[in-house]
Design a protein around this ligand. Structure first.
Ligand SMILES: NC(=O)c1ccc[n+]([C@@H]2O[C@H](COP(=O)([O-])OP(=O)(O)OC[C@H]3O[C@@H](n4cnc5c(N)ncnc54)[C@H](OP(=O)(O)O)[C@@H]3O)[C@@H](O)[C@H]2O)c1
Length: 267
């Protein structure tokens, strides 16, 4: 519901909200975690490596002065997903923002060499885990809010591969397309107490890009990306803050591209 802030920028304030970000230990997730904490949210970051999350939590907290908790969770494992949601609720009593950011796209030589194990892993991390986490979080949000309160916000971090997959990311693109679809479904099923949206990044220069041939990438970027480069992690923050906060109170079921206009088709 609208909040009638004194200044339009007040709508981006996250004070009093609890935000959980999977894959928050580095890359785009860490940039989002830092921004949410700076805007006043209590932040939980979760990834497979608990220690990396704890270290990131300390680093962010030192910078922002906010409460940040790092927890281990392999999002492809539903038991661990359930435990993560339960732990956050028992620790902080609520979840207001949940970002399904953890994701990965392993390299393969050809489609025929993609093993069943690799395919399952890609689906587990990029789609199956976000399904379980979003289902639990959405039901929690519906049960603990009224229609008059600001909605809870669930965000999926998808990829331009979900609409325009290259040859090296066919299973990943399919999983991320599923994530796009799932967020639209959640928006319809759980509104008005829950809003669900997607951020669709183009190429970002995070750890993922360490596997890229950067000369080829830069040449391609100069020709095919209107902004002529890959994104830096903190360039995801504007969209992430918008969707997490009351600034997006009338935005749900949307896909926001942050891709330098790399993709042409409507996403
Ligand atoms: N960078 C890009 O070019 C790009 C483009 C389009 C979309 N995206 C999407 O944006 C999201 C973030 O990407 P990024 O570039 O920031 O990636 P990144 O730098 O590789 O970081 C990935 C994060 O996810 C965590 N993670 C990986 N597997 C996990 C699992 N099974 N369970 C829990 N956490 C897991 C990692 O921590 P641990 O290793 O500790 O688990 C790490 O915190 C991903 O969903 C990715 O698909 C990225």
């Amino acid at each position: 519901m609208p909040t009638n802030p004194l200044s339009p920028l007040d709508a981006f304030d996250l004070t009093g909200k609890v935000a959980v970000i999977t894959g928050g230990s580095r890359g785009l997730g860490r940039a989002m975690a830092e921004a949410y904490s700076a805007q006043g949210a209590t932040v939980v970051i979760a990834s497979r490596k608990a220690e990396a999350c704890e270290m990131a939590a300390v680093g962010i907290s030192e910078k922002t002065g906010g409460t940040v908790l790092g927890l281990g969770c392999h999002v492809g494992d539903w038991d661990q997903c359930t435990k993560l949601v339960q732990r956050v609720i028992s620790e902080f009593g609520r979840i207001d923002v949940f970002v399904n950011n953890a994701g990965m796209s392993p390299l393969y030589e050809s489609l025929g060499t993609v093993s069943e194990a690799l395919f399952d892993k890609v689906i587990d991390v990029n789609l199956k885990g976000p399904f379980r986490l979003s289902a639990l979080v959405a039901e929690h949000m519906v049960a603990t809010r009224t229609d008059d309160e600001p909605s809870g916000s669930i965000i999926g971090v998808s990829s331009v591969a979900s609409t325009q997959p290259s040859s090296g990311e066919i299973p990943y693109g399919a999983a991320k397309a599923g994530l796009n679809s799932m967020m639209v479904g959640l928006a319809h099923m759980f509104g008005p107490r829950v809003r669900a949206n997607v951020i669709m990044p183009g190429p970002f220069l995070t750890d993922i890009s360490k596997a890229w041939d950067m000369d080829a990438f830069n040449e391609n970027a100069r020709k095919n990306i209107p902004l002529r480069r890959g994104g830096e992690a903190d360039e995801i923050v504007g969209a992430a803050l918008y969707l997490a906060s009351n600034a997006s109170s009338y935005t749900t079921g949307s896909v926001i591209k942050v891709d330098g206009a790399m993709t042409w088709a409507a996403g």
